[in-house]
Structure formats: C-alpha cells, structure tokens
Design a protein around this ligand. Sequence first.
Ligand code: PGA
Length: 249
Amino acid sequence: MRKHIVAGNWKMNNDLPQTELLLTELLKQNQTSDAEVMIAPTFTNLWQAFESLRQESIEVIAQNMHFAENGAYTGEISASMLKSIGIKTVILGHSERRAYYNETDESLAKKVDAALANDMRTIFCFGEELQDRKSENHEAVVESQIKNALFHLEADAFKNIVLAYEPVWAIGTGETASPEQAQDMHAFIRKTLADKYGNDVADSVSILYGGSVKPGNAKEIFGKPDVDGGLIGGASLNAEDFYAIVNAF
Ligand code: PGA
C-alpha cells in the first residue's frame, strides 16, 4: 500500500514570528485522513519548526540542499547539516530552483545521491512547461527529467524517493491540471518506473501532484488511482486550507 503524503512548501514565506503563528494554527487542526503531513519552512526557521513539532505527527522537511558535504559553497546548506537538526526529508528539483538557480538534471542527480548517502528521503520534483504540453511533448520531457536524475540509482534507493509531478504552468498560477491530466501523467510516470525497475518498485513509490492544489479541487485530484498526495504551495500558508487538503483523502 503506497503512502499518502501531503507536503506544504512554504517557499520564501514566513519570518520567525509568522512561522510560530502558522505552527500554532496548524496544531489546532484535526486530521481525519491517513496522509503523512509535512511542512517545508525556510532554512532559518527549520530548527524552530522542528522543535515545536517534535512530539507531533507533522514532519519538518527542507526545501533544498547542496550536493557537497561541506566546503567553499557560500550560502549553501548540506545534507549532514540538515540531519544534525533532525531533518530527514528534502525537496529537490523544484521548478523554481530549476528556473532561477540553474538546477539541472545532472546537478540534481548529485543532490539525490547526497541525500541518499545521508539516509535522507527525497521528494523529487519535475514537470513540463506550457510549451511542452502545447506541443504534446510533455511525456518526453518528464521521462527525460526522471531518467537523467534518477535512473542511475539501484532499485532499493526508491524506498527513499517520493516523486512530485508539478507541471510548471500550474504552479502558483491558479491553473490546475485536470484530474484526468494528472492521472494520465502519473500513470505514465509509474509505467516509466516499471519499465526500468519492475512493478514492485513502481507500485511502491508515492507520486504527488503539485500545482494550484486547493481545498476545492484536492478531493477530485487525490481520488485518482495513481495520485498519492500533493505538494502544496500557496494553500499551505493557511492552516485551515492546508488541512482541508490533508483531509481530502
Ligand atoms: P502552488 O505551488 O500550490 O502555489 O501552485 C506548488 C509548488 O510549487 O509546489
């Protein structure tokens, strides 16, 4: 049985007081679904969030990390630094990182390796741009993103990999992939995994959908058989909206 996961990506939002406020609001919410719940605050607030949620069922995760263990990489954070404050999961390859910070499939492959070497779980993001979908190239784009960054891994590594399909045209735009578009792509992703690693691996990997998931559309999207959860941006900044999504399972 695949895990249901709902992860909130706070991006570059919330200073320390705002983080404390949102954590307080999150802890007032009731969870009625079986989903694993995660939040990804910005680096400066990870420790505070981790401490506040130590006894709770919300996992605090990181939005990014560097592939090196340490060294002359001004402004960067390593897997072991994250681990040393209790963080066990990292989001890698978000489209904003790819677009604004030149992250490539090749550099992401190194980051995935670094996360795995540190026994960290990765939520690996990928997705096509609008022109790829218009030219019906979306499956080829997604296939190459997955192959280039992940297909050097052994099957066993996928125990620590969660995939997040996020069509770039749906992120922060209010435009969502239809539940059918999400399902079609998730089924394609699972088949791509099955072709390389076999059905056992393909059937065990959780595939999240991300891109303008809201309380009003989560149920329909999560109702699709190959959609195992969501990576939530904007709506994760409001505790009630976020839990409405968590409870959409
Ligand atoms: P959004 O962001 O929910 O605001 O569209 C999703 C994401 O970037 O992960």
